[in-house]
Design a protein around this ligand. Structure first.
Ligand code: UDX
Ligand code: ADP
Length: 458
């Protein structure tokens, strides 16, 4: 079958893979080719075991793969075929040189831009899908148009707002799709091309078009606001613990104000994930770059509060276990940064594990999806950590259980059985406030939630 157009996506990660699968599913007359330099990742996309765990993704891929969705490692050969190229490569925080620890590392992006320039043979729309600092599109345009070879490139910003664990739902029913482009005629034409793709399944009024810089900045701002809500409620959780207020009651009470709204007010051990910290630091760096010191300090506090919350959680474990953790067995239930994903990037569990090890505890990690990633994250201390798929095994002989991820299955465990197999006094530190604390107290546990009073039995 002849396809109406060809989309190429460079980068087959958490964003590129699911997004392109959804486009392919909904636009059967468009050929969608996803490429990545990582051969193992591409093989996994073509296999029975996808490289990322995401509920519903299998069905979407199955519907389109081989029909109009293809995965390949050949970046160069596929560039000339593409009418539209999405770039969805990683943009981690820089670890070296100017802006280290804050600015986005754009080396992968620039390498891709140069490859596109070298191999494109006809006019092409280049879409920023990765989260990028504001005004990156401008730099990319300059690279693409340096030493003109007659090929014209339009650069659009189309940030992705999907959240992991609910990616398929978010892609199928997005709150909005955001497309930024140049305001000239050529730019507007490019925007329209992308609008037409999303309009195959997204209601037109949910497709927002803006200038490029607004689109780039909106992505950073959305993540900063979301993370700010979590840090705000976490700040209040510390005050709740000091005053016997209950953070869930406070969150409910303020969330019923329609101006505040109920979402993203779950107090926890802290936020993780590949986006929040990276994007806020990126925003902070941008503000500093423009001399906006107070604005930078304001947003940086969101990250500092998150670190405070993770450290506060460990401090609570230390004091709850009589100020020494040496040789105490501590079971972590969950290692993923949130439920329904195997992703552990910036997971609070990493920080907590490392601090527990510093206190010379014996840490046992149980997670339904994230054990392979956890082993990778903890490679340098792997001799000091145990892993067990089975939470009952992990808890056997432990002094404490810590809930690190809000997996549904942790709610339904037989906590009497867990209590019976633990050393006494047995403690539970619920970093997600998902358990029935009163019931645990009845069993005999010492229970330490977040932002609520502790139950101390012994
Ligand atoms: C986030 C944004 O939600 C998404 O729009 C963007 O595209 C990418 O970044 P993600 O990181 O996948 O998505 O997950 P999210 O659901 O936002 O959770 C981030 C972290 O915040 C998790 O560690 C989660 O456990 C934590 N969280 C979330 C809370 O601690 N409390 C809450 O109320 C909500
Ligand atoms: P995200 O969460 O933003 O999707 P990931 O790290 O999961 O980020 O995915 C980014 C992908 O981009 C990785 O699989 C990586 O191999 C790929 N990648 C990075 N640079 C290039 C490149 N120059 N060409 C092709 N793929 C690349």
């Amino acid at each position: 079958m002849a396809f109406k157009q060809t989309i190429l996506c460079i980068g087959a990660g958490y964003v590129g893979g699911p997004t392109m699968s959804m486009i392919a599913k909904n636009c059967p007359d468009t050929q969608v080719i996803v490429v990545d330099l990582n051969e193992a990742r591409i093989k996994a996309w073509q296999s029975e075991t996808l490289p990322i765990y995401e509920p519903g993704l299998r069905e979407v891929v199955d519907e389109a793969i081989g029909r109009n969705l293809f995965f390949s490692t050949d970046v160069i050969a596929n560039i000339p075929k593409a009418d539209i190229i999405f770039v969805s490569v990683n943009t981690p925080t820089k670890t070296y040189g100017q802006g280290a620890g804050r600015a986005a590392d754009l080396q992968y992006w620039e390498a891709v831009a140069r490859t596109i320039k070298e191999h494109a043979t006809s006019d092409t729309i280049v879409v920023e899908k990765s989260t990028l600092p504001v005004r990156t599109a401008e730099a990319i345009e300059r690279i693409l148009h340096a030493s003109q070879n007659g090929v014209h490139f339009d650069v659009l910003s189309n940030p992705e707002f999907l959240a992991e664990g609910t990616a398929i739902h978010d892609l199928e029913n997005p709150d909005r799709v955001l497309i930024g482009g140049r305001e000239d005629e050529q730019g507007q034409k490019a925007i329209q091309t992308l609008v037409d793709i999303y309009a195959e399944w997204v209601p037109r009024e949910k497709i927002l078009t803006t200038n490029v810089w607004s689109a780039e900045l909106s992505k950073l701002t959305a993540n900063a606001f979301l993370a700010q809500r979590i840090s705000s409620i976490n700040a209040i959780s510390a005050l709740c613990e000091a005053t016997e207020a209950d953070v869930d009651e406070v969150a409910h009470a303020i969330g019923t104000d329609s101006r505040i709204g109920p979402k993203f007010l779950r107090s926890s051990v802290g936020f993780g994930g590949s986006c929040f910290k990276k994007d806020i630091l990126n925003l902070v760096y941008l503000c500093e770059h423009y001399g906006l010191t107070e604005v930078a300090a304001y947003w940086e506090q969101v990250v500092l509060m998150n670190e405070y919350q993770m450290n506060r959680f460990v401090d609570k474990i230390v004091s709850g276990l009589f100020n020494t953790l040496v040789n105490k067995r501590i079971a972590l239930f969950g290692f993923a940064f949130k439920a329904n994903t195997g992703d552990t990037r910036e997971s609070p569990a990493i920080t907590v594990t490392r601090r527990l090890l510093e206190e010379r505890a014996n840490v046992v990690i149980s997670d339904p999806q994230a054990i392979p990633e956890a082993k990778h994250d903890l490679a340098d201390v792997i001799d000091h950590v145990e892993f067990s798929e089975d939470p009952y095994e992990a808890a056997k002989g432990a002094h404490a259980v810590c809930i690190m991820t809000e997996w549904e299955q942790f709610k339904d465990l037989d906590y009497q059985r867990i209590y019976d197999a633990m050393l006494k006094p047995a403690s539970i530190f619920d970093g997600r406030n998902i358990l029935d604390h009163a019931a645990l107290g009845e069993i005999g546990f010492n229970v330490y939630p977040v932002g609520k009073h502790a139950i101390v039995n012994g």
